[in-house]
Write a protein that binds this ligand. Structure first.
Ligand code: ADP
Ligand code: ASP
Ligand code: MG
Length: 404
């Protein structure tokens, strides 16, 4: 018996039958004597649909109104699940983000949770009520609705689990755990029994969207045991915990990919002090995160500079750089979204050489051209053409001995 937070993702609540399936799981956990807080996502595809609708009205909708709109996805499923539980004669109550006192900063679309008041949830639990919280949403100090960024229900769940000091936070999704690569594109990926917060942070930061990166940050900071598992079967999933997974003995522990990438090139930029600052300061001010940067040397005091940004920021970043190019006298700005990043990750890489050459040779054998490279002591990433990304994940997974 304990306090369990369960989060159900979009595919797990995609229709009423699946919501009934979720309700049965929640009821079982409750019947076992546990207090249960459920954090729920919008139905699969609903957040995307709402975004498309707003895009049909304006290319740049007011961020505040977009959050009011997007939050309706989770409002719908929270109500439907609470109703379903009540129809099964279980005491349940839905709470929206502000009612669950999920307090955030005012960064619409990407708000950070700063605090969660637990009084209301605790009162309901004391009365043996199942609490269903709408994920992905909170409320800023002015009372405005905010959302936490794509995949943000994971963060809602882990943050609520941390605030309640829950015994465990179960993340129910459409795969039955965390794998050595995305199992939907790499059929030979292996499920991990355990993974450390740090390893998962690396994977999430390099594109493994099975957990939103901020949720892993919360889990690590507050030491919340997270169990990632499937809502469609009873199998044990993957525990994300504060300990070595034992995987460190391997040099490469996972291959990740990230299609959410775009590149921008400024051609014939004057090769002078202060130019990089002029190129990147307005990008930072627009809160756009730059990932990789490369600069080539050219003859004649000019250079080409290429960098990558998330796809969703591409139009804005292009707009900014066209203006910068005009100011600094660069010849041309061009870019595209047809790229993706593949990364090999492993803390064991620190003490091994040869990982980079294996990676480059493996891609070369498949005739995959590498556009950009970046390295740290525990990962190597290559930007390639997006159409080769799935092939690249599979061959690298194999080359580093990760295949099942
Ligand atoms: P939910 O809607 O339940 O939050 P997501 O789509 O956000 O689900 O996350 C689950 C998806 O994450 C899986 O369907 C899978 O394609 C993807 N994924 C990417 N990398 C991994 C990985 N290493 N292990 C498991 N799943 C992964
Ligand atoms: N519905 C939101 C999204 O699709 C949040 C979530 O599912 O975690 O990003
Ligand atoms: Mg998700």
């Amino acid at each position: 018996m304990g306090l369990i937070v369960q989060k159900y993702g979009g595919t797990s609540v995609a229709d009423l039958e699946r919501i009934r399936n979720v309700a049965r799981r929640v009821a079982k956990t409750f019947d076992d004597g546990n207090d249960v807080v459920v954090v729920i996502s919008a139905m699969a595809g609903v957040t995307d649909g709402l975004m498309k609708m707003s895009a049909n009205i304006s290319e740049k909708p007011q961020k505040r109104e977009l959050d009011v709109l997007l939050a309706t996805g989770e409002q719908t499923t929270a109500a439907l699940l609470a109703m379903t539980l009540c129809a099964m004669n279980y005491p349940a109550r839905s709470l929206l983000g502000f009612q669950a006192e999920v307090r955030t900063d005012c960064d619409y679309g990407n708000a950070r949770i700063v605090d969660i008041g637990t009084d209301r949830i605790r009162r309901l639990m004391t009365g043996r009520t199942i609490v269903v919280v709408a994920g992905f949403q909170g409320c800023d100090p002015e009372g405005n609705i905010t959302t936490l960024g794509r995949g943000g229900s994971d963060t809602s769940a882990v943050a609520i689990a941390a605030a309640l000091k829950a015994d465990t936070c179960e993340i129910y999704t459409d795969v039955d755990g965390i794998y050595t690569a995305d199992p939907n594109i790499c059929p030979r990926a292996r499920k991990l029994k355990v993974i450390s917060y740090d390893e998962m942070l690396n994977m999430a930061s390099l594109g493994a969207k099975v957990l939103q990166i901020r949720s892993v940050g919360f889990a690590k900071k507050y030491n919340v045991p997270v169990h990632v598992r499937s809502s469609f079967n009873g199998e044990e999933g993957t525990m994300v915990v504060n300990e070595d997974s034992g995987m460190e003995k391997l040099i490469v522990t996972a291959v990740t990919h990230d299609k959410d990438q775009a590149r921008i090139t400024l051609k014939k930029v004057p090769d002078q002090p202060g130019i990089a600052a002029k190129i990147f300061t307005p990008i930072t001010e627009a809160k756009i995160v730059v990932d990789m940067i490369i600069q080539n040397t050219r003859a004649g005091g000019q250079t080409d500079l290429t960098f990558t940004v998330p796809e969703s920021d591409f139009p804005r970043a292009m707009e900014i750089e066209r203006e910068v190019a005009r100011q600094i006298g660069a010849e041309e700005v061009f870019g595209g979204k047809n790229i993706a990043k593949v990364s090999v990750i492993g803390v064991g890489m620190r003490n091994h050489s040869g990982v980079a050459s294996t990676m480059f040779n493996t891609l070369a054998k498949e005739n995959v051209n590498i556009i950009m490279i970046s390295t740290s002591e525990i990962r190597i990433s290559c930007v390639i053409e997006e159409k080769y990304i799935e092939l690249a994940v599979r061959v690298l997974h194999s080359a580093f001995g990760l295949d099942r």
